[in-house]
Design a protein around this ligand. Sequence first.
Ligand code: GUE
Length: 300
Amino acid sequence: MTAKLLDGKQIAAEIREEVAHEVKKTALELGRPFSPCLVAVLVGEDPASQVYVRNKQRACEKAGIEGRTVRLPAESTQADLMKVVQELNEDATVNGILVQLPLPKQGNGGAGFDEREVLDAIDPLKDVDAFSPINVGLLMQGRPRFLPCTPHGIVQLLHRCDISVAGKHVVVVGRSDIVGKPMAMMLAGRDGSCGREVANATVTIAHSRTEDLKSVCRSADCLIAAVGVAEMIKGDMIKPGAIVIDVGINRVDGKLVGDVAFEEAKQVAAAITPVPGGVGPLTIAMLLHNTLLAARLQMA
Ligand SMILES: Nc1nc(=O)c2c([nH]1)NC[C@@H]1CN(c3ccc(C(=O)N[C@@H](CCC(=O)O)C(=O)O)cc3)C=[N+]21
Protein backbone atom coordinates (compact mmCIF):
# COMPACT_ATOMS: atom_id res chain seq x y z
CA MET A 1 0.00 0.00 0.00
CA THR A 2 1.31 3.43 -0.74
CA ALA A 3 0.44 6.61 1.10
CA LYS A 4 -2.27 8.99 0.05
CA LEU A 5 -0.79 12.23 -1.31
CA LEU A 6 -1.89 15.33 0.55
CA ASP A 7 -2.24 17.88 -2.24
CA GLY A 8 -1.07 21.15 -0.71
CA LYS A 9 -1.09 22.86 -4.05
CA GLN A 10 -4.77 22.12 -4.60
CA ILE A 11 -5.76 23.20 -1.08
CA ALA A 12 -3.66 26.35 -1.43
CA ALA A 13 -5.55 27.18 -4.62
CA GLU A 14 -8.85 26.80 -2.75
CA ILE A 15 -7.68 29.09 0.05
CA ARG A 16 -6.41 31.70 -2.41
CA GLU A 17 -9.79 31.52 -4.14
CA GLU A 18 -11.51 32.15 -0.79
CA VAL A 19 -9.24 35.13 -0.11
CA ALA A 20 -9.98 36.53 -3.58
CA HIS A 21 -13.70 36.15 -2.90
CA GLU A 22 -13.43 37.88 0.48
CA VAL A 23 -11.47 40.76 -1.06
CA LYS A 24 -14.21 41.28 -3.68
CA LYS A 25 -16.95 40.99 -1.08
CA THR A 26 -15.27 43.55 1.17
CA ALA A 27 -15.03 46.01 -1.73
CA LEU A 28 -18.78 45.58 -2.37
CA GLU A 29 -19.61 46.09 1.30
CA LEU A 30 -17.45 49.19 1.48
CA GLY A 31 -18.80 50.50 -1.83
CA ARG A 32 -15.29 51.51 -2.86
CA PRO A 33 -12.19 49.86 -4.28
CA PHE A 34 -10.46 47.59 -1.76
CA SER A 35 -7.09 46.02 -2.45
CA PRO A 36 -4.96 45.01 0.52
CA CYS A 37 -1.29 45.78 0.01
CA LEU A 38 1.59 43.47 0.94
CA VAL A 39 5.19 44.65 0.71
CA ALA A 40 8.06 42.17 0.69
CA VAL A 41 11.47 43.55 1.57
CA LEU A 42 14.19 41.62 -0.25
CA VAL A 43 17.80 42.29 0.70
CA GLY A 44 20.41 40.93 -1.73
CA GLU A 45 19.97 38.51 -4.59
CA ASP A 46 19.64 35.02 -3.13
CA PRO A 47 18.09 32.98 -5.99
CA ALA A 48 15.73 30.97 -3.75
CA SER A 49 14.44 34.17 -2.13
CA GLN A 50 13.89 35.69 -5.55
CA VAL A 51 11.78 32.71 -6.62
CA TYR A 52 9.73 32.86 -3.45
CA VAL A 53 9.11 36.60 -3.72
CA ARG A 54 8.13 36.21 -7.37
CA ASN A 55 5.67 33.38 -6.57
CA LYS A 56 4.18 35.45 -3.79
CA GLN A 57 3.79 38.46 -6.10
CA ARG A 58 1.90 36.36 -8.65
CA ALA A 59 -0.35 34.86 -5.99
CA CYS A 60 -1.16 38.35 -4.70
CA GLU A 61 -2.25 39.63 -8.09
CA LYS A 62 -4.64 36.73 -8.61
CA ALA A 63 -6.24 37.33 -5.22
CA GLY A 64 -6.82 41.05 -5.74
CA ILE A 65 -3.99 41.94 -3.38
CA GLU A 66 -1.41 44.50 -4.36
CA GLY A 67 2.01 42.87 -4.04
CA ARG A 68 5.03 45.14 -3.95
CA THR A 69 8.70 44.34 -3.49
CA VAL A 70 11.27 46.71 -2.01
CA ARG A 71 14.76 45.63 -3.07
CA LEU A 72 17.89 46.58 -1.18
CA PRO A 73 21.44 45.68 -2.18
CA ALA A 74 23.19 43.01 -0.08
CA GLU A 75 25.69 45.68 0.99
CA SER A 76 23.01 47.78 2.72
CA THR A 77 23.50 48.73 6.35
CA GLN A 78 21.29 47.83 9.30
CA ALA A 79 20.25 51.50 9.40
CA ASP A 80 19.17 51.39 5.72
CA LEU A 81 16.98 48.38 6.41
CA MET A 82 15.54 49.84 9.63
CA LYS A 83 14.65 53.01 7.73
CA VAL A 84 12.75 51.02 5.09
CA VAL A 85 10.79 49.20 7.79
CA GLN A 86 9.95 52.48 9.55
CA GLU A 87 8.72 54.02 6.31
CA LEU A 88 6.52 51.01 5.57
CA ASN A 89 5.15 51.11 9.14
CA GLU A 90 4.16 54.73 8.64
CA ASP A 91 2.77 54.30 5.11
CA ALA A 92 -1.01 53.99 5.51
CA THR A 93 -1.32 52.40 2.04
CA VAL A 94 0.73 49.40 3.22
CA ASN A 95 -1.20 46.70 5.11
CA GLY A 96 1.34 43.90 5.40
CA ILE A 97 5.13 43.86 5.69
CA LEU A 98 7.36 40.84 5.19
CA VAL A 99 11.15 41.00 5.46
CA GLN A 100 12.44 38.02 3.53
CA LEU A 101 14.68 35.76 5.62
CA PRO A 102 17.49 34.87 5.85
CA LEU A 103 19.14 38.27 5.50
CA PRO A 104 22.46 38.10 3.60
CA LYS A 105 25.41 37.22 5.85
CA GLN A 106 27.78 39.72 4.22
CA GLY A 107 25.45 42.70 4.74
CA ASN A 108 25.79 45.63 7.13
CA GLY A 109 29.43 46.30 6.31
CA GLY A 110 30.38 42.64 6.70
CA ALA A 111 29.03 42.44 10.26
CA GLY A 112 25.73 40.85 9.16
CA PHE A 113 22.27 42.17 9.96
CA ASP A 114 20.62 42.07 13.37
CA GLU A 115 17.57 40.10 12.28
CA ARG A 116 15.86 40.37 15.66
CA GLU A 117 16.05 44.17 15.67
CA VAL A 118 14.45 44.26 12.21
CA LEU A 119 11.60 41.90 13.12
CA ASP A 120 11.02 43.72 16.41
CA ALA A 121 10.58 46.97 14.47
CA ILE A 122 7.74 45.76 12.23
CA ASP A 123 4.36 47.20 13.28
CA PRO A 124 2.59 44.21 14.92
CA LEU A 125 -0.60 45.12 13.05
CA LYS A 126 1.29 44.75 9.73
CA ASP A 127 3.29 41.71 10.78
CA VAL A 128 1.79 39.16 8.38
CA ASP A 129 4.56 36.62 9.10
CA ALA A 130 3.61 36.76 12.80
CA PHE A 131 7.30 36.93 13.78
CA SER A 132 7.06 40.01 16.01
CA PRO A 133 7.20 39.41 19.78
CA ILE A 134 3.66 40.69 20.28
CA ASN A 135 2.20 38.26 17.79
CA VAL A 136 4.30 35.37 19.08
CA GLY A 137 3.13 36.21 22.61
CA LEU A 138 -0.53 36.37 21.60
CA LEU A 139 -0.21 32.95 19.99
CA MET A 140 1.44 31.51 23.11
CA GLN A 141 -1.48 32.78 25.16
CA GLY A 142 -3.99 31.14 22.83
CA ARG A 143 -5.42 34.40 21.49
CA PRO A 144 -3.59 34.81 18.20
CA ARG A 145 -3.93 37.81 15.93
CA PHE A 146 -1.90 36.54 12.96
CA LEU A 147 -0.93 32.89 12.80
CA PRO A 148 2.49 32.15 11.30
CA CYS A 149 1.98 31.12 7.67
CA THR A 150 3.66 27.72 7.47
CA PRO A 151 2.16 26.15 10.62
CA HIS A 152 -1.20 27.71 9.80
CA GLY A 153 -1.00 26.20 6.32
CA ILE A 154 -0.40 22.78 7.89
CA VAL A 155 -3.39 23.23 10.22
CA GLN A 156 -5.53 24.08 7.19
CA LEU A 157 -4.20 21.07 5.28
CA LEU A 158 -5.02 18.67 8.12
CA HIS A 159 -8.44 20.22 8.64
CA ARG A 160 -9.40 20.22 4.97
CA CYS A 161 -8.18 16.62 4.53
CA ASP A 162 -10.35 15.59 7.51
CA ILE A 163 -7.35 14.51 9.54
CA SER A 164 -7.84 14.89 13.28
CA VAL A 165 -4.84 14.89 15.59
CA ALA A 166 -6.94 15.25 18.76
CA GLY A 167 -5.53 12.99 21.46
CA LYS A 168 -2.88 11.69 19.04
CA HIS A 169 0.85 11.86 19.34
CA VAL A 170 2.36 14.48 17.05
CA VAL A 171 6.13 14.68 16.81
CA VAL A 172 7.48 17.93 15.43
CA VAL A 173 11.11 17.54 14.37
CA GLY A 174 12.66 21.01 14.50
CA ARG A 175 12.37 23.81 17.04
CA SER A 176 12.62 26.95 14.91
CA ASP A 177 10.74 30.12 15.81
CA ILE A 178 9.20 30.07 12.33
CA VAL A 179 7.84 26.52 12.18
CA GLY A 180 8.66 24.05 14.98
CA LYS A 181 7.78 26.11 18.04
CA PRO A 182 4.53 27.68 16.80
CA MET A 183 3.44 24.41 15.16
CA ALA A 184 3.75 22.58 18.46
CA MET A 185 1.77 25.24 20.34
CA MET A 186 -1.01 25.32 17.77
CA LEU A 187 -1.52 21.55 17.72
CA ALA A 188 -1.31 21.20 21.51
CA GLY A 189 -3.85 23.97 22.10
CA ARG A 190 -7.39 23.63 23.36
CA ASP A 191 -10.21 23.51 20.81
CA GLY A 192 -10.51 26.89 19.21
CA SER A 193 -7.49 28.41 20.89
CA CYS A 194 -6.05 28.92 17.44
CA GLY A 195 -9.45 29.61 15.96
CA ARG A 196 -9.23 26.23 14.25
CA GLU A 197 -10.53 22.72 14.71
CA VAL A 198 -7.11 21.10 14.62
CA ALA A 199 -6.01 20.92 18.25
CA ASN A 200 -5.76 18.80 21.38
CA ALA A 201 -2.76 16.80 20.20
CA THR A 202 -0.10 15.39 22.48
CA VAL A 203 2.98 17.06 21.09
CA THR A 204 6.68 16.23 21.31
CA ILE A 205 9.29 18.62 19.96
CA ALA A 206 12.34 16.68 18.77
CA HIS A 207 15.54 18.19 17.39
CA SER A 208 19.18 17.58 16.51
CA ARG A 209 20.09 16.73 20.12
CA THR A 210 17.23 14.30 20.70
CA GLU A 211 18.49 10.90 21.85
CA ASP A 212 17.20 8.02 19.77
CA LEU A 213 15.38 10.23 17.32
CA LYS A 214 14.28 7.14 15.41
CA SER A 215 12.22 5.74 18.32
CA VAL A 216 10.71 9.13 19.06
CA CYS A 217 9.69 9.58 15.42
CA ARG A 218 8.37 6.02 15.23
CA SER A 219 6.00 6.76 18.09
CA ALA A 220 4.33 9.55 16.10
CA ASP A 221 0.83 9.20 14.72
CA CYS A 222 1.62 12.41 12.87
CA LEU A 223 5.20 13.34 12.07
CA ILE A 224 6.03 16.90 11.06
CA ALA A 225 9.53 17.31 9.64
CA ALA A 226 10.93 20.84 9.79
CA VAL A 227 14.67 20.41 10.14
CA GLY A 228 16.10 21.73 6.90
CA VAL A 229 18.20 18.65 6.18
CA ALA A 230 17.45 16.92 2.88
CA GLU A 231 15.79 13.48 3.24
CA MET A 232 16.81 13.09 6.87
CA ILE A 233 13.62 11.28 7.87
CA LYS A 234 13.93 7.74 6.53
CA GLY A 235 11.21 5.14 6.03
CA ASP A 236 12.22 3.20 9.16
CA MET A 237 11.65 6.32 11.30
CA ILE A 238 7.94 6.33 10.47
CA LYS A 239 5.20 4.41 12.24
CA PRO A 240 3.20 2.36 9.72
CA GLY A 241 0.00 4.25 8.96
CA ALA A 242 1.27 7.62 10.21
CA ILE A 243 0.53 11.02 8.68
CA VAL A 244 3.74 12.64 7.43
CA ILE A 245 4.04 16.38 6.83
CA ASP A 246 7.23 17.50 5.10
CA VAL A 247 8.10 21.16 5.64
CA GLY A 248 11.58 20.93 4.09
CA ILE A 249 12.52 22.87 0.97
CA ASN A 250 16.07 21.75 0.09
CA ARG A 251 17.73 22.25 -3.24
CA VAL A 252 19.87 19.23 -4.13
CA ASP A 253 21.53 19.17 -7.59
CA GLY A 254 19.00 21.70 -8.80
CA LYS A 255 16.10 19.54 -7.60
CA LEU A 256 13.72 20.38 -4.76
CA VAL A 257 13.59 17.74 -2.02
CA GLY A 258 12.01 17.71 1.41
CA ASP A 259 13.29 16.66 4.84
CA VAL A 260 11.64 13.26 4.31
CA ALA A 261 12.99 10.47 2.09
CA PHE A 262 9.79 10.49 0.09
CA GLU A 263 10.02 7.21 -1.83
CA GLU A 264 10.70 5.20 1.35
CA ALA A 265 8.23 7.13 3.45
CA LYS A 266 5.31 6.68 1.11
CA GLN A 267 5.61 2.89 1.45
CA VAL A 268 5.02 3.22 5.21
CA ALA A 269 2.83 6.26 5.84
CA ALA A 270 -0.94 6.47 5.41
CA ALA A 271 -0.68 9.98 3.99
CA ILE A 272 2.18 12.30 3.08
CA THR A 273 2.77 15.75 1.64
CA PRO A 274 4.95 15.93 -1.49
CA VAL A 275 7.77 18.41 -2.09
CA PRO A 276 7.19 20.45 -4.15
CA GLY A 277 3.41 20.85 -4.09
CA GLY A 278 2.87 20.28 -0.37
CA VAL A 279 3.45 22.75 2.44
CA GLY A 280 5.21 25.44 0.33
CA PRO A 281 2.15 26.61 -1.62
CA LEU A 282 0.11 26.67 1.61
CA THR A 283 2.60 29.07 3.18
CA ILE A 284 1.92 31.55 0.40
CA ALA A 285 -1.85 31.06 0.62
CA MET A 286 -1.81 31.82 4.36
CA LEU A 287 0.31 34.90 3.73
CA LEU A 288 -2.47 36.23 1.50
CA HIS A 289 -5.01 35.32 4.18
CA ASN A 290 -3.00 37.29 6.75
CA THR A 291 -2.69 40.28 4.43
CA LEU A 292 -6.47 40.43 4.07
CA LEU A 293 -6.81 40.13 7.85
CA ALA A 294 -4.25 42.94 8.32
CA ALA A 295 -6.15 45.24 5.97
CA ARG A 296 -9.37 44.55 7.90
CA LEU A 297 -7.73 45.15 11.28
CA GLN A 298 -6.34 48.45 10.07
CA MET A 299 -9.80 49.60 8.94
CA ALA A 300 -11.32 48.92 12.34
N1 GUE B 1 9.87 36.49 6.11
C1 GUE B 1 9.79 35.30 5.52
N2 GUE B 1 8.61 34.65 5.47
C2 GUE B 1 8.52 33.43 4.85
O1 GUE B 1 7.43 32.83 4.81
C3 GUE B 1 9.69 32.88 4.23
C4 GUE B 1 10.87 33.61 4.32
N3 GUE B 1 10.89 34.80 4.97
N4 GUE B 1 12.00 33.14 3.77
C5 GUE B 1 12.04 31.91 3.02
C6 GUE B 1 10.97 30.94 3.47
C7 GUE B 1 10.68 29.87 2.46
N5 GUE B 1 9.31 30.06 2.06
C8 GUE B 1 8.68 29.36 1.03
C9 GUE B 1 7.38 29.59 0.66
C10 GUE B 1 6.80 28.94 -0.41
C11 GUE B 1 7.49 28.00 -1.11
C12 GUE B 1 6.85 27.32 -2.26
O2 GUE B 1 5.85 27.73 -2.78
N6 GUE B 1 7.43 26.21 -2.73
C13 GUE B 1 6.95 25.47 -3.88
C14 GUE B 1 8.02 25.31 -4.92
C15 GUE B 1 8.71 26.56 -5.33
C16 GUE B 1 9.95 26.29 -6.17
O3 GUE B 1 9.82 25.64 -7.21
O4 GUE B 1 11.04 26.75 -5.76
C17 GUE B 1 6.49 24.11 -3.43
O5 GUE B 1 6.93 23.63 -2.38
O6 GUE B 1 5.71 23.49 -4.16
C18 GUE B 1 8.79 27.72 -0.75
C19 GUE B 1 9.37 28.39 0.32
C20 GUE B 1 8.80 31.13 2.75
N7 GUE B 1 9.69 31.66 3.57
